[in-house]
Ligand binder design. Structure first.
Ligand code: P53
Length: 479
């Protein structure tokens, strides 16, 4: 056993999921169609397709997820047995506002989350809630062009206000937009759809569209922060960034400068969320690129007045880049400018495994944003093998967690990072966001279902279940 550092009293150990990846029940109790409902199943290396509405004969894994919608009481019991103090999920926007532009919410959707949160609380588990986790109502994509349209700010703030008000006594920790910076890779259509509801054509300027959508999201987030604090001053409302630190390949100055630019391009979203203003390089960049941005003086005042309370972030991997000789602009472009890291191992999906990167990133964020942090995703997607006796020996997952939790504890105990909690991703097996697979499993709890939704959907414990239980019981000391 590895000896770790005890985390402070009240530290929020738990697990994380998103509504669309596990609930299923995609069309029950008045729920509308979300963008996740029109994404088909992909595979390792094969991207998901997006269909124009739900089509006969296509496979849509988010339609069934792991059936949490009907089975959550059983799952909550297992979370409690593991010792969870919190559980991060999202509220599916389309359960509350099926089309997104209604003025009256859907009571059946609101009631589902009341029941879920009550059940969690009865086990001593506090819900931690993401407002927009890749689940924009599809109608808002079709009728308004998603976050290319300023009207989306009002729709989002209305949704946020309704759920803040409804759950004000049940939920304290909130996050506005999941992995808002995932769309840095703007040339890939998936993040643009998942984050912002953008569907662009060949003639559109994708990069400008990404910056514009992100701006409207940041304004919407800042307004939601203010609305939430007015409803309950005890609310802690955070941002959520996908933290993948980007290193220079060598000490060559051009490599170092490119890595700096790469970090700026991936984390300016956090600068706006946390510091309430755009970093200086970005208006210069817009100017140089000739981007005509709709950013008003009123927007800038809103951003300043709606800074977040904490930094929620996911951490799975790090990246590496290198400079181009003679390139004065260092216009880093993701993913084209990524190169492989020769010093680390990779998962079966090519994600580079780097526990030290977590400690590095926590230090970097502490020094830059000066806010408490919350690790709301971390984990290892892998092919699991269920043995004849039902057991799953996922020692590779335990080893990933051991190394990352130790790095996290060092950041807290040795470097003084202020950390609220740690919620491993996909604590129960669910549908992968990037590939739509069930086979890319993250859970401590195994779900008997395959990529096509066949199986009993029965739950069972993997070896990592007992291991994580012991980590929590020892406040992080027994790794
Ligand atoms: P999957 C890319 C890079 C890092 C995190 O991812 C990412 C993504 C987008 O897929 O997403 C987050 O399921 C996201 C979750 C997602 C999880 O990481 O592709 O917030 O919704 O499931 C893991 O293996």
């Amino acid at each position: 056993m590895t000896k770790g550092y005890k985390m402070p009293k009240g530290f929020l150990w738990g697990g994380a999921v998103a509504a669309h990846q596990l609930e299923g029940g995609w069309d029950v109790d008045g729920k509308g169609v979300s963008i996740a409902d029109v994404m088909t199943a992909g595979r390792n290396g094969v991207p998901r397709k997006v269909t124009d509405g739900v089509k006969e004969g296509e496979v849509y894994p988010n339609h069934w997820g792991n059936d949490f919608y009907h089975r959550y009481p059983e799952d909550d019991k297992l979370f409690a047995e593991m010792g969870f103090k919190c559980f991060r999920t999202s509220i599916a926007w389309t359960r509350i506002f099926p089309n997104g532009d209604e003025t009256t919410p859907n009571e059946a959707g609101l009631k589902f989350y009341d029941d879920l949160f009550d059940d969690l609380l009865s086990h001593g588990i506090q819900p931690v809630v993401t407002l927009s986790h890749f689940e924009i109502p599809y109608h808002l994509v079709k009728a308004y062009g998603g976050f290319s349209n300023r009207k989306m700010i009002d729709f989002f703030v209305r949704f946020a206000t309704v759920v803040f008000d409804r759950y004000k006594d049940k939920v304290k920790y909130w996050m506005t937009f999941n992995e808002i910076n995932n769309q840095t890779a703007w040339s890939d259509p998936h993040p643009l759809l998942q984050n912002s509801g953008l569907q662009l054509g060949a003639d559109d300027n994708w990069e400008q569209a990404m910056y514009q959508a992100a701006h409207y999201e940041l304004v919407a987030s800042a307004l939601a922060v203010q609305a939430g604090h007015a409803i309950n001053p005890d609310f802690q409302i955070g941002c959520m960034v996908a933290m993948c630190p980007i290193y220079p390949l060598t000490a060559k100055p051009a490599d170092v400068m490119m890595a700096e630019r790469a970090m700026q391009k991936r984390y300016w979203f956090g600068d706006v969320h946390c510091l309430g203003e755009y970093p200086k390089w970005l208006p210069k960049y817009f100017e140089r690129k000739g981007f005509d941005m709709d950013i008003t003086a009123a927007d800038l005042a809103t951003l300043k007045a709606g800074t977040v309370d904490y930094v929620g972030f996911s951490y799975y991997m790090s990246f590496v880049t290198k400079g181009r000789d003679g390139d004065q602009e260092y216009d880093f472009k993701e993913p084209d400018d990524f190169v492989e890291n020769p010093y680390v191992e990779k998962s079966d999906w090519g994600w580079q495994i780097d526990p030290t990167g977590l400690r590095y990133a926590m230090n970097w964020m502490q020094d830059r944003w000066h806010l408490p942090q919350f690790i709301v995703e971390n984990g290892f997607g892998a092919y699991d093998k269920k043995e004849a006796d039902g057991s799953v020996h996922d020692d590779y997952r335990i080893s990933y967690f051991r190394d990352h939790i130790l790095a996290m504890e060092e950041a807290v105990a040795l470097d003084g990072v202020d950390l609220i909690g740690y919620t491993p991703w996909g604590c129960i097996d669910l549908v992968s966001a990037s590939t739509g697979e069930m086979a890319k499993r993250y859970g401590f709890i195994y779900v008997d279902a395959d990529d096509n939704g066949h199986g009993s959907f029965d739950r069972s414990k993997k070896d990592s279940f007992d291991w994580f239980q012991q980590v929590i019981a020892s406040d992080g000391e027994d790794l």
